[in-house]
Design a protein around this ligand. Structure first.
Ligand SMILES: Nc1ncnc2c1ncn2[C@@H]1O[C@H](COP(=O)(O)OP(=O)(O)OP(=O)(O)O)[C@@H](O)[C@H]1O
Ligand SMILES: [Mg+2]
Length: 238
């Protein structure tokens, strides 16, 4: 059986794509990009969908076929996103059925899905078949507000909140607020990922955790990602 990890948040810019990219590498998972905007995992991987008239993802959905993920040296396999996803998105049911079918045909233990921020039918389709929903949350007021809304709206989903971009001294009030947000729900808080400005200026296309020896400034982030992948495996496998 394939386990499906969906990176999702209500607010943008919280670290979904960065985490999806690392988890796909660490879990040896095909990475399915449901982002229509640029700047996500597809571009990071080195693929420019705007230069292609056809979308591997949309063609597969329309023809009821299983897409062949792109392969790259030291990179997770990728089903790239495409701008046309915005104009002609699949329905909730089509997306859910497709991910289950693709997982079975790829014979992969894991699939990682990256999403556009917020709710849309195809995002809901992915969420409906997720074995774990990874929700990054910087410890900041706006991001905590959005996470509070998400927990309120989907407490019955397998949500794991990942405090992301956490400063060396984590803000105590925000940690307490996060604890209150999940109180009385099955939602979990996973390992935190520290902040490092080098993440934002990095140009390499391989995952940080794919590097045998990441730059010193990135090592704490790599350690956080490795801890998160381990957490996800334990969470899903019971
Ligand atoms: N641990 C980190 N420390 C510092 N910067 C980070 C960290 N993780 C991600 N970033 C940076 O934060 C920005 C947003 O990250 P990312 O694109 O992964 O978020 P996103 O949730 O996918 O955004 P969007 O909602 O636009 O898809 C990027 O510039 C990224 O490099
Ligand atoms: Mg993104």
């Amino acid at each position: 059986m394939t386990n499906i990890v969906v990176c999702h948040s209500r607010k943008g810019g919280v670290g979904k794509s960065t985490i999806a990219y690392e988890l796909a590498w660490l879990l040896d998972a095909p990475l399915v990009d449901l982002e229509h905007d640029g700047g996500g995992v597809t571009r990071k991987w080195g693929y420019r969908p705007e230069e292609r008239t056809r979308s591997i993802l949309l063609d597969a959905l329309r023809n009821g076929r299983t897409p062949k993920p792109l392969k790259g040296h030291m990179k997770a396999r990728l089903v790239p996103g495409h701008p046309e996803l915005y104009d002609a998105p699949p329905s909730e049911e089509e997306m859910a059925d497709a991910l289950l079918k693709w997982g079975a045909e790829w014979e992969s233990d894991w699939i990682v899905v990256d999403t556009h921020p917020g709710a849309s039918p195809h995002t809901h389709g992915a969420l409906s078949v997720a074995n774990v929903v990874v929700t990054p949350c910087p410890l900041r007021t706006d991001d905590l507000n959005a996470t509070e809304q998400l927990v309120h709206e989907m407490p019955d989903y397998p949500v794991v909140i990942v405090p992301n971009m956490v400063p060396r001294v984590p803000p105590a009030a925000e940690i307490n607020r996060l604890a209150r947000i999940i109180e009385g729900t099955p939602v979990q808080v996973g390992p935190l990922i520290p902040t490092a400005s080098a993440v934002g200026t990095r140009k390499k296309r391989v995952a940080i955790t794919a590097e045998p020896k990441p730059a010193k400034a990135l090592q704490p982030v790599a350690d956080g990602m490795i801890a998160l992948a381990k957490y996800v495996k334990e969470y899903v496998n019971g």
